[in-house]
Design a protein around this ligand. Structure first.
Ligand SMILES: [Zn+2]
Ligand SMILES: [Zn+2]
Length: 380
């Protein structure tokens, strides 16, 4: 069967010929892959030749955002049956630490996890995959065409979950009990700054807007960019960071409200990310999800930073990957996002390729690119 991946010592992407996988354990599921989404992680793997291949192997199949169809199930599988449309999580736990043993491999303590299509384990950009039932979940029939967003949205869900868990320490950030951080309208009376209008920034913005937060999104894009159009379409405000310092960005977004309660970093622009800490408000929360690649040295006033974080009860928290519960949140929110923001998710898919055209997928992207989806087999 055809697979697309990376080969040790050979930069770029390559077509691989692999044997079709089989069910070998009673809790396993065989899935026929339909669509695979591509994100910045995939593009960077190819661009910077970041090969992360398992020992003893010379290749890794790419792709970690997938939708597929159950082809067959082992005889102990209960939640799935042939013909079900499914999505699969990415990380597989280390098998040692307590978080991994309790389905929270996104919080692995040893770092000995693997990730399908990213880190030492084959991904989904192929015709068939096998995995355990616990990593496979059924997609409601009306979400089939948007289910490729489940994995990227699950990353945003986890980031927002961190904010809500931390902010539950302070239920009275506004005078309205219905805007407490654990209620559906938790974002009202709160101001959020999202840095980066890529797919993750846009999906986080959609979740913040669903919760009614005043939301500003900063990026270095011209006003007529499709990403900026989407920012406004979601009811958020765009900040052109090309002409503003981090200080001016915060003044622009948040001085009218008096606070920037939330910062969601989704750009990986490391120097801006660190500088923004200086402009956090009292009791505010800053979640970092972007992963910078290059080395960046900068000067900071360490005393000022530490003094402020301590005195203002600030929290800077990192968030990576996601587990099954975040996939479930994503599947619940996809229809809300798409109906509330008028086909936002469809609009995000700017490029579609068939898997046979794999050489074009990772070519330099045009400025209108937001999200690429690869069709492995048509839905018919
Ligand atoms: Zn672990
Ligand atoms: Zn309120």
């Amino acid at each position: 069967m055809l697979a697309i991946g990376m080969v040790r010592g050979k930069p770029g992407v390559h077509a691989l010929e692999l044997r079709k996988p089989e069910i070998r354990q009673p809790d396993e599921v065989l899935v026929r892959v339909k669509e695979v989404g591509v994100d910045g992680t995939d593009f960077n793997m190819v661009k910077f030749d970041l090969q992360d291949i398992a020992e003893g192997r010379d290749e890794i199949v790419m792709g970690h955002e997938m939708v597929g169809l159950v082809e067959a199930v082992g005889n102990e599988v209960k939640s799935l049956a042939p013909g079900d449309v499914v999505v699969m999580t990415v990380r597989r736990g280390c098998g040692i630490c307590e978080p991994c043993l309790h389905n929270q491999s996104d919080m692995c303590m040893t770092g000995l996890y693997t990730e399908r299509g990213i880190h030492k384990r084959d991904g989904f950009l192929t015709e068939f995959v096998v995995d355990q039932e616990q990593y496979v979940m059924k997609v409601p029939s009306d979400l089939v065409k948007l289910a490729v967003f489940t994995e990227p949205l699950s990353i945003a869900e986890k980031g927002i979950e961190q904010i809500r868990v931390i902010q539950s320490r302070l239920p009275w950030t506004c005078a309205h009990p219905e805007h407490a951080f654990l209620s559906p309208d938790w974002g009202k009376c709160k101001t959020a700054l999202v840095v980066g209008a890529g797919p993750l920034g846009l999906l986080a913005t959609a979740l913040l807007r669903l919760a009614e937060a005043h939301t500003y999104v900063a990026d270095i894009l011209p006003d007529d960019s499709p990403k900026v159009h989407l920012v406004r379409h979601i009811g958020a405000n765009y900040i052109d960071a090309r002409s503003k310092t981090p200080k001016e960005m915060v003044e622009f977004c948040c001085s009218a409200y008096g606070n920037v309660d939330i910062i969601f970093e989704a750009s990986g622009a490391a120097a801006t990310a660190i500088e923004l800490i200086n402009y956090m408000s009292r009791s505010s929360i800053y979640v970092m999800t972007g992963i910078p690649r290059e080395e960046i040295a900068m000067k900071v006033d360490a005393a000022q930073l530490v003094r402020q974080i301590a005195r203002y009860n600030q929290v800077v928290v990192g968030s990576v990957n996601s587990n099954r519960t975040h996939f479930e949140m994503a599947l619940k929110d996809i229809p809300h996002i798409n109906s509330r923001f008028g086909g936002m998710l469809e609009e995000m898919i700017t490029h579609r390729f068939h898997v046979q055209d794999y050489r074009q997928i990772f070519a330099p992207r045009d400025p209108k690119h937001i999200k690429t989806v690869i069709e492995v087999e048509p839905w018919d």
